[in-house]
Design a protein around this ligand. Structure first.
Ligand code: ADP
Length: 349
């Protein structure tokens, strides 16, 4: 005889064509009873008064159960209308206090490195911190935190499956990189990437967090706009290198957050790879990519300048090893610490 649990498992394989959600998580399945003589009774509740898919969902449910349980007699009651319960939603970010996006006009400017190091600095200040790597074009948080081999697993909370994030150096990490191959981002269309990111954000078991940092995909396409639109962000940090050509993209990025209907405050600009000081010439500063372009742009646009980070070999090396420089205490660490303090001041005052 088939059990109630087995029936629910089978019905998790039946989706509503319009929402794409299975009928268990979507709240359509309201009641399952297994009676004598293989009699199985289901109540399916559809929120719409005339749901065009109600009959086919019921039929598929009946056939699926009968296929699994020989001799089962499945009877289905369909209820439609307002009194149906709302589908349950994942609420992974329910207890997250501040969500901050880290963005850049283009790739390769050090956005991910800044995200990881600020996350570690925040943790050092005693905050509970998470990082969501939403950079579909080059997810690098697994590497930065040394958790490339992490295999995400699910845990049930109140009947819904949540992804348990990786944890490294006190920071919870979930990355689109755990789920997609290196070439996949290229074939992703906007809505597909957007949906995957929304799911990733809401279905992660973040728990209580003071800060969730989102490593955004570079640029200002549909995906970026919809992430900015759909999350209640406390603010955005913009990372740029000093070149004038780079700063033009950055202004576009800032405008995206500030646009009407999005209205996310830009917390400020970080100038990365600001200068280079060779070990043998400690008093020299070489402005390889130009001097102060990002700082000037911030001033011109009326947003705060959060600080500069020089080009330092140790930053790249430690990033490659999965041990961000922020973990230690060194000259290079102090740059991130100063930026982090400014960010905390801005969002907590
Ligand atoms: P993005 O996220 O903007 O694509 P990354 O953070 O992945 O950029 O950085 C690109 C490369 O530059 C990485 O190899 C990283 O280690 C290196 N890098 C970033 N910031 C610095 C820095 N301040 N000094 C030296 N190397 C850096």
């Amino acid at each position: 005889m088939i059990t109630r649990e087995e029936i629910i498992k089978i019905l998790e394989g039946i989706t509503h064509p319009e929402t794409g959600q299975n009928i268990v998580d979507g709240g359509i399945l309201q009641e399952v009873t297994v009676g004598p003589e293989n009699k199985i009774h289901l109540t399916l509740v559809f929120r719409r008064r005339r749901d065009p898919f109600a009959k086919s969902v019921a039929m598929r449910s009946k056939l699926a159960i009968e296929a699994a349980a020989e001799g089962a007699d499945v009877e289905i009651l369909i209820r439609e209308g307002e009194d149906a319960p709302k589908p349950r939603q994942h609420e992974g970010i329910k207890n997250v206090k501040q969500i901050i996006a880290v963005a850049s006009g283009k790739g390769g400017v050090g956005k991910s490195t800044v995200t990881a190091n600020i996350a570690v600095e925040l943790h050092k200040l005693g905050y509970k911190v998470g990082v969501l790597d939403a950079d579909i074009y080059g997810p690098s948080q697994p590497k930065l935190f040394g958790v490339e081999d992490y295999e995400p697993w699910a845990e049930q909370v109140e009947g819904l499956d949540y992804i348990v994030p990786a944890k490294s150096n006190g920071v919870k990490v979930n990355s689109i990189g755990f789920y997609i191959g290196a070439e996949d981002a290229l074939i992703w269309r906007g809505p597909m990437a957007t949906n995957a990111l929304k799911q990733l954000i809401n279905q992660t078991l973040w728990g209580e967090l003071d800060f969730l940092l989102i490593d955004m995909p570079p640029g200002t396409g549909d995906v970026q706009i919809s992430v900015a639109e759909n999350l209640s962000l406390s603010g955005a940090i913009i990372v740029s290198t000093p070149q004038r050509v780079a700063t033009a993209d950055v202004v576009r990025g800032m405008k995206m957050f500030q646009a009407e209907g999005i209205g996310v405050p830009v917390l400020g600009v970080v100038e990365n790879m600001a200068f280079f000081t060779p070990a043998e010439l400690p008093d020299h500063r070489y402005y390889i990519f130009g001097k102060g372009g990002a700082r000037e742009m911030a001033e011109k646009e009326g947003v705060d300048f959060l600080g500069e980070i020089p080009l330092i070999q140790a930053i790249a090396e430690k990033s490659d090893n999965g041990t961000p420089v922020a973990l230690g205490s060194s000259e290079e660490e102090s740059y991130y610490a100063a930026i982090c303090r400014k960010v905390v001041d801005k969002v907590t005052k």
